[in-house]
Design a protein. Structure first.
Length: 361
């Protein structure tokens, strides 16, 4: 009788849906972490988490196939373990560091243009993970063709281990754009990141601005107005010591895409950045590493994440643009360490050799 009752209870429990993508970490407000994942069938999602043991849980209130849970009340800067409850062969366990507050030190990595060559993409990511970053920025061109779903499947497969341990900030590139807003559906986080094309993240003592390169104008675009508002708010917040903008196409590059058509990015937007005290801007598009200094701001091309480095994309320039300080055509990544007012930039190639180091102030 007891056995029959137990079997009836098991049958009454909801089936765990098979997880097809994720989990993916997204940093949001301090003391929180947002986790997203997809399942083959609709169901109510659940996450188990904790510091030393998975002794806490959070669940959704509605059934869905695109899941999003924001964990709240976390200890800032603490290392947490978590597991998405579900079926399938995907490893749904991971770790994350809850967003820091004040001047707690933190580290982030930068590597963009990850399209086309998954082998090199994977190796660069493994180098990034070896530095145990708290955040990771991809400076755009995540895939070759943004409208091809299979390419996104491959992207998420290669990024799987990083995405369940490191919160991810995607920057839209020219290859990612499509006519069907596929990119939007992948990266929109309702209530947290309603607009996946340009958005802001407050993290520790820093403000991260992710921008659309096509909407950098003379002050007339919606993004221009939004950026100015973000910078004005930051100026009134004494706890913000650093502002890190990222957008795909660089205003300064000695690579094949460096040309005068990008010079407008050194106009009004640069002036706003300078007035706000910005020291670093991150770009991609050219598949290389370059550090340039223009009017007090370091423009970093971090496009060595795995895209082709052959043919015209790897021809060493006959001459460098005059603001260039360090240049190399290599698969590469950038590591940024933030500690109070101090910022240390280091860049490494795929073999792990350091190719640049800069400390500010």
């Amino acid at each position: 009788m007891r056995r029959a009752a137990f079997l009836l209870l098991l049958l009454a429990l909801p089936a765990r849906a098979e997880i097809t993508r994720g989990p993916i970490l997204h940093a949001s407000e301090p003391g929180t972490m947002t986790i997203t994942w997809n399942t083959a069938e609709e169901g109510v999602g659940e996450v188990e988490y904790g510091l030393d043991a998975l002794d806490q849980s959070a669940s959704e209130t509605v059934s869905t196939g695109q899941h999003m849970i924001t964990l709240t009340g976390l200890e800032p800067g603490a290392l947490y373990r978590f597991r998405v409850v579900g079926e399938g062969d995907i490893n749904t366990a991971g770790t994350f560091r809850a967003g820091p507050t004040g001047d707690m030190p933190f580290r982030f990595t930068v590597a963009g243009d990850t399209r086309t060559y998954p082998f090199f993409h994977r190796v660069v990511l493994e180098r990034c993970m070896a530095f145990r970053p708290d955040l990771h920025i991809n400076t755009g061109d995540l895939v070759e063709s943004g409208e091809v779903s299979d390419q996104w499947d491959l992207f998420f497969e290669v990024e799987r281990d990083l995405l369940r341990h490191v919160p991810f900030l995607p920057v839209i590139g020219n290859h990612d754009k499509d006519e069907n807003t596929f990119y939007d559906s992948l990266w929109c986080l309702p209530g947290i990141r309603d607009n996946p094309i340009y958005f802001a993240l407050r993290y520790g003592n820093a403000l991260f601005l992710v921008l659309d390169y096509e909407e950098i104008g003379d002050g007339s675009t919606d993004q221009d107005v939004w950026v100015e508002q973000q910078l004005l708010q930051a100026a009134g917040d004494p706890e913000i010591r650093h502002i890190f903008p990222s957008y795909h196409i660089p205003p300064l590059s000695s690579g094949p895409h460096g040309n005068s058509t990008n010079s407008h990015m050194l106009g009004r937007m640069h002036s706003l950045f300078k007035q706000a005290g910005v020291k670093f801007v991150f770009n991609g598009h050219d598949h290389l590493y370059e550090r340039s200094l223009y009017d007090g701001i370091y423009y970093i091309v971090a496009g060595g994440g795995g895209a082709p480095q052959s043919g015209g994309m790897a021809d060493r320039p006959n001459s460098f643009q005059k603001y260039s300080q360090v240049f190399t055509y290599e698969f590469s990544l950038v590591v940024m360490d933030i500690d109070g007012d101090r910022v240390v930039l280091c860049a490494y190639n795929m073999e792990g050799d350091r190719i640049d180091r800069l400390e500010v102030p």
